[in-house]
Design a binder for this molecule. Structure first.
Ligand SMILES: Cc1cc2nc3c(=O)[nH]c(=O)nc-3n(C[C@H](O)[C@H](O)[C@H](O)COP(=O)(O)OP(=O)(O)OC[C@H]3O[C@@H](n4cnc5c(N)ncnc54)[C@H](O)[C@@H]3O)c2cc1C
Length: 391
């Protein structure tokens, strides 16, 4: 029997599995994931700030997968492309006929000294929870230490994840101040960004609105400030030092280390795929989501790594696996953005909707939009019951 193996149960992998199962193929569909659950990585900033609990952003894979899919819970450690075999940490190697690699993202440190050691990334449930614990313990310590650095927080990067995290943080801090007894007026929040731009994917008026929103709530922005080193109690940019005991590292992502470990031709663990999302010289293998690098035919640049693109890629990859099995021509990947929604805490945000021109939104209405986007994702990846349970 033909085996289709899907690696990773994030947005891309889970969507591929759902599409394949729905097509009622005779093939044996195997999903390998390191956890028994799927997590909504687009909501990790909320877990890290404490505005959501892990249970709000995860769902059990066994409960939501179709019966026709075999789930193997284990960590992928290597892929042997030539022999079509996947090595796992605890199971024997597995063979496949078709492979969809959707192993997702990891934190990017750009080789900056101390970033891995002292920066707290937000890449999965465990790291988001660890960042939350670090934040809360450090703020709580102030009552006995009276050390101002216990009330200083540095957020590294001013892209999407950093801004969404800052939005949750400024919402959450007054609640924590009441609970943990630290003075709100002595809290210091700095956001350090190498480029001159904040939220580069949004138009200037929305960026200005978002920056103003966060500034009014105490965030100090430092753009054109490249981080050169991270220390236990400071982020350094050349001769400037931003001292803090909580350092959140959200400067960007790279693909899974398994890509480089397996000898792929890659850059930052992302592989440039062909226009049908298959890998050069391996028509039986597809890469989707944050491990893939797909050139946008219009701009010539690579598409950004987003959940929205990952799910669109998943549809193409699933269709192309089935096409190859049936001896049909695969389709080219095309992408039309629905727009981008950036939350600023639970009740505000900015959004650009790409339908019939660009619709720009800001404020409370965006939180409703974000809620719809999140619920739709759970509905599409799991089912109605899971969606209702997550509320
Ligand atoms: C805080 C935050 C907010 C974001 N907000 C948005 C947003 O609003 N909109 C948007 O479009 N995008 C957003 N993104 C980006 C989006 O989350 C990613 O682009 C998306 O998750 C990529 O999907 P994926 O399926 O490729 O990878 P992932 O979601 O990373 O899934 C990979 C899966 O593979 C599993 N896995 C990893 N390594 C192994 C291994 N070795 N063995 C077995 N299993 C493994 C993981 O556990 C995970 O389940 C956000 C990201 C973050 C961090």
């Amino acid at each position: 029997m033909t085996t289709i193996m899907v690696l990773g149960a994030g947005y891309a992998g889970l969507r591929v599995v759902k599409k394949l199962a729905h097509a009622k193929t005779d093939a044996h569909i195997v999903l390998v994931n390191k956890n028994e659950y799927h997590y909504e990585s687009t909501q990790l900033h909320q877990v890290a700030a404490g505005t959501k609990e892990p249970a709000d952003v995860v769902f059990d894979l066994r409960k939501s997968l179709p019966d026709s899919v075999e789930l193997i819970v284990d960590k992928v450690v290597g892929i042997d492309q030539d022999n079509r075999r996947v090595s796992l940490e605890h199971h024997d190697p597995l063979s496949y006929d078709y492979l969809v690699n959707a192993l997702g993202f990891e934190s990017e440190t750009f080789g900056i000294k101390g970033a891995e050691e002292y920066g707290w990334p937000l890449v999965d449930v465990d790291t988001a929870l660890a960042a939350r614990k670090k934040l809360e313990q450090t703020l709580a310590r102030y009552q006995t230490s009276h050390d101002p650095l216990d009330l200083s927080i540095v957020v590294c990067g001013a892209g999407f994840t950093s801004i969404e995290y800052l939005g949750e943080l400024v919402y959450r801090l007054p609640q924590l101040s009441k609970r943990l007894g630290f003075p709100m007026d002595q809290v210091k929040v700095d956001c350090i960004e190498a480029s001159p731009k904040i939220l580069p994917m949004f138009s200037k008026d929305l960026v200005d609105w978002a920056v103003d929103y966060l500034r009014k709530r105490g965030v100090n922005f430092h753009t054109s400030t490249p981080i050169t080193e991270v220390r236990q109690d400071a982020v350094v940019s050349n001769d400037q030092e931003f001292k803090a005991h909580t350092i959140i590292w959200t400067t960007g992502v790279r693909g899974s280390h398994v890509i480089a470990d397996s000898g792929y031709n890659q850059k930052r663990n992302r592989v440039v795929v062909r226009d049908d999302l298959s890998v050069e010289q391996h028509p039986e293998e597809f890469l989707v989501g944050d491990v893939s690098a797909v050139p946008d035919p219009q701009s010539g640049r690579l598409y950004p790594t987003t959940a929205q693109i990952s799910m669109a890629q998943a549809d193409t990859a699933a269709a192309n696996v089935l096409a190859r099995m049936r001896g049909q021509e695969p389709q080219r990947f095309t992408f039309r953005s629905l727009g981008t929604v950036c939350s600023l805490g639970p009740h505000d945000g900015v959004a650009e909707i790409d339908r019939m021109g660009t619709l720009k939104l800001k404020g409370k209405v965006v939180s409703v939009l974000k809620w719809i986007v999140n619920e739709r994702s759970v509905l599409e990846l799991a089912d109605v019951r899971t969606m209702l349970e997550s509320n």
